[in-house]
Design a protein around this ligand. Structure first.
Ligand code: SF4
Length: 399
């Protein structure tokens, strides 16, 4: 009532409109989870509120992943389903953002012309401008990659919880031959230590007790103020953080100092996700992974010398082009030697645009499936053994 009276007296004030809601669905990695929180904060500034009910949303964003064919299929199906909602609510803003938007914008525009907005991972700052100047007849597309964008000045809109994801760097310079990320997320760039610490302090003040530092190659972090070990040490000293994690590191960029910093601060979790990808030197070389089986095993020894109870997990791709039975067996051998606590195991998925997709010696689906099942069975047995060891140790501690 009061608002309407004010408008009558001051015609320059805008007539209040009904509340607007946004819904974001996130696919893929934790970087996307973080980016969705950034997008949420931009939408909040435009006066939109989050909703868990997609049907009541005025703006829907799918934050997509391009790392595997399956992830893309899921988004295509979702978009097909959303077409009917768009028909009922023509004013609905439907946006596709993230790696798939970056990679497949032309395909998306052609096959699904009812999508309103397509933005790559470096273009999220455009969202307020799009919302405020929207013409529902136009498509907004921006997939320019930036050498500098790290969203340093933005604070994500996090839902309540224990863990806060904090992105510290973006992009990747490693160019593994199976991976689309360097093409969808561009070159490596790092945020300043001060801005990361500022975000962490704010998250702790909001009640988050666990911080996970994120980056495509989190330990390639490098600024004039220090490298990843320096950053981790400074974050560990911030009061109120009970647990610090980081993901995902590249084995090439792990050094002794990092492990010593982890060992020095009790609030840094004794867990390293160490993506092996293959146990064969020839396949590692074809993948452009820049380390050998020996270097990887030496790294595991160094970690366990300094932190004996360090939990190790890994990523593996089976059936990479040209992988022979004996090369797959080498992966099994490395698994037995390292005894990872758990592993994320995948069949190779060809990604158009990557070097490996052009290799001529692709492995059949049947062979890939069989290798995956063999590896999963082995890892299940190893995980069980590792869990039993921990259980016995804890029982002894309890006495
Ligand atoms: S390190 Fe390799 S797998 Fe990881 S994001 Fe970069 S290119 Fe992809």
């Amino acid at each position: 009532m009061l608002e309407n009276l004010e408008i009558a007296q001051n015609p320059t004030l805008k007539v209040p409109t009904a509340e607007k809601y946004y819904y974001i669905e996130t696919y893929g990695c934790q970087m996307n989870v973080y980016d969705s929180e950034l997008i949420g904060s931009l939408l909040n500034k435009c006066g939109y509120h989050p909703t868990d009910d997609i049907k009541s949303a005025d703006a829907i964003f799918l934050n997509t992943c391009a790392i595997r064919e399956k992830a893309e299929e899921t988004v295509h199906n979702k978009l097909d389903n959303l077409q009917s909602l768009k028909n009922i609510k023509p004013g609905l803003l439907l946006g596709v953002v993230g790696c798939m938007a970056q990679n497949l914008k032309d395909d998306l525009l052609e096959s699904k012309p009812y999508i309103d907005v397509i933005l790559g991972p470096d273009s999220y700052r455009k969202i307020p401008e799009i919302i405020n100047n929207r013409n529902s007849m136009e498509h907004y597309v921006d997939t320019k990659l930036s050498k500098f964008e790290v969203y340093d000045d933005m604070f994500p809109s996090r839902r309540e919880g224990i863990n806060a994801w904090v992105s510290i760097m973006r992009g990747c310079d490693k160019f593994c031959t199976f991976c689309i990320v360097p093409f969808t997320r561009g070159r490596e760039r790092s945020r300043s230590i001060d801005s990361i610490k500022g975000e962490v302090i704010k998250a702790v003040e909001q009640g988050f007790v666990e911080i996970t530092l994120l980056g495509q190659n989190v330990n390639s972090y490098r600024t004039s103020g220090g490298n990843f070990s320096d950053l981790l040490e400074q974050v560990a000293q911030i009061k109120g953080i009970k647990r610090i994690r980081y993901t995902s590191p590249h084995p090439q960029d792990i050094d002794e100092r990092l492990i010593r910093v982890m060992n020095k601060y009790p609030n840094i979790c004794n867990h390293i996700h160490l993506p092996l990808q293959s146990g064969s030197d020839r396949i590692l070389n074809r993948m452009n992974r820049t380390y050998t089986k020996k270097k990887f095993l030496d790294l595991v020894h160094m970690i366990r010398d300094i932190i004996p109870d360090c939990v190790l997990s890994t990523d593996i791709i089976v059936g990479f082009p040209g992988e022979s039975d004996s090369e797959f067996n080498e992966t099994l051998e490395v698994f037995k030697k390292v005894s990872f606590n758990f592993a994320f195991m995948f069949k190779y998925s060809s990604r158009p645009g990557t070097k490996a997709s052009e290799y001529s010696d692709h492995i059949s689906e049947g062979v890939k499936q069989k290798r995956l099942e063999t590896l999963i069975k082995l890892q299940r047995d190893i995980t069980l053994l590792e869990n039993q060891k921990k259980y016995r140790k804890n029982c002894r501690c309890i006495g």
